[in-house]
Design a protein around this ligand. Structure first.
Ligand code: HAM
Length: 424
């Protein structure tokens, strides 16, 4: 029997993993600039945590969670609920009135796998807890836009407000009346959603449903004055910072915890899986999870989708990094090279060598494959002369490097000479 990874679960291989690391490094630097600290949570939580936060009637909770039914525990389908659980459990709200936290890791949803949609996928998730200023909403969206820009991706930002428990019920009734007049033409999912969460009908992907709701009432016209002010300040702030956005009255989001601001970073380059990131405000959620009335807002970027976009843009940028390849030819040279390589790695260089006693031609091939910036050649002649040859693999220029063993020459002399050249 051939053993293979599960459908929708993917290995990230050398060659690709470098791009993941680069994206994560850029994200960490950006998050740090905005004052975020990292938090890491376990991937398993009580099922109830997700049911209470994401919502019983959502697709995620109804049909996409990996749950150990007998133990009532679930592989996290997203990070927000787990992060809030940890925030409350460890009293982080008491330590600081406003917490800015981020986490990076795998999430699990039993969806139908396709391009950009996996069953184990990775999110970079950020949350701000304890701040209700609309300027925080602006800052978060601006940070997302800045990160995407730094990654060299052109992605558009779509914005909506879902109101609050004061204004949403009246809109819900109005929308329901609109939907009921057209319910015959809606898909089965939407017929069902009309009774559980009619707002979800607005973002159904079915073409007929989309057509039916084209001129549905907009929640943006039915906000209470506090939500309308919040929404206006968010838009003014985005304009002040020069963050481009467009309003989307159909955006509802597939998780039930949102209030007021919701947003998505959308691409046209990934087919059906258009959202590379999404989030919004969830005032009231922390209270629902048993904590105090603390407001919150956050978003998550899908790493697989970012990587796909980057690969589409530049397939070559995933090469691994190697400063130096040391080619030792013959036993004595190989022994000397072995010690030198170890010492150079200790000095921070990324260094490779062949340990199988292969010939020069083969070793040069290995150096090329590794993308080595320089190759140090130590053969019998070089040993006898006390000088190795260092070749710059880009310019092809060669120069001599003193080898240990000559009068007054120890390994440090060789190391210093190499570091000066390679580190520039
Ligand atoms: P979400 O929209 O469910 O929101 O997921 C956020 C992002 O995760 C999506 O935009 C997408 O890039 C990625 N994603 C979701 N499902 C998959 C999948 N099956 N395969 C690949 N990528 C996927 C949340 O999870 C919220 N917790 C975001 C949030 C944080 N809201 C407030 N704070």
């Amino acid at each position: 029997m051939k053993l293979k990874a599960l459908n929708g679960f993917k290995d990230i291989l050398p060659g690709e993993v470098e791009m993941w690391q680069a994206v994560e490094t850029t994200a960490r630097q950006t998050f740090a600039r905005f004052g975020f600290s990292e938090i890491r949570m376990p991937v398993l939580e009580k099922t109830e945590l997700f049911a209470r936060s994401i919502g019983e009637a959502t697709d995620i909770v109804e049909k996409e969670m990996y749950t150990f039914v007998d133990k009532q525990i679930t592989m996290r389908p997203e990070a927000t609920a787990s992060l809030l659980r940890a925030y409350l459990e460890h009293g982080l709200n008491v330590q600081k009135p406003v917490q800015r936290l981020f986490t990076i890791g795998p999430m699990f949803r039993h969806e139908r796998p396709q391009k950009g949609r996996l069953r184990q996928f990775h999110q970079m998730d950020v949350e701000v807890l304890g701040a209700d200023s609309p300027l925080v909403d602006v800052e978060l969206m601006a940070m997302g836009a800045m990160l995407l820009d730094q990654l060299g991706l052109s992605v558009s930002l779509e914005l909506n407000s879902l109101g609050c428990p004061d204004c949403r019920p009246a809109f819900r009734e109005k929308l329901l009346a609109f939907i009921n007049e057209r319910s015959e033409a809606l898909c089965d999912d939407c017929k069902r959603r009309s009774s559980t969460n009619p707002l979800r009908v607005l973002d159904c992907k079915n073409r007929d449903c989309r057509h039916q709701v084209e001129d549905a009432p907009s929640i943006q016209d039915h906000l209470c004055s506090a939500c309308a002010d919040h929404f206006q300040t968010v838009q003014n702030g985005l304009e002040q910072l020069g963050v481009k956005y467009s309003l989307n009255k159909f955006m509802v989001r597939g998780l039930d915890y949102y209030t007021r601001t919701t947003f998505e970073f959308i691409t046209t380059d990934l087919g059906a899986q258009a959202a590379v990131g999404a989030g919004g405000r969830y005032d009231g959620l922390i209270e629902r999870l048993g904590g105090p009335a603390i407001p919150g807002i956050g978003f998550a970027l899908g790493l697989e989708r970012l990587i796909l976009l980057l690969q589409q843009k530049d397939a070559s940028s995933s090469a691994s990094h190697c400063d130096l390849f040391v080619a030792g030819l013959g036993e004595a040279a190989a022994t000397l090279a072995f010690g030198l390589v170890h010492a150079l790695r200790g000095k921070g260089l990324s260094v490779l060598m062949d340990l199988e006693g292969r010939g020069l031609k083969n070793q040069m091939k290995q150096a090329n494959r590794a993308g080595a910036g320089h190759v140090l050649i130590i053969g019998e002649d070089e040993l006898n002369n006390g000088q190795a040859i260092l070749r710059d693999m880009v310019s092809q220029k060669q120069q001599e490097i003193p080898l240990p063993g000559g009068p007054g020459l120890d390994q440090q002399t060789t190391i210093d000479a190499l570091l000066t050249i390679i580190n520039g």
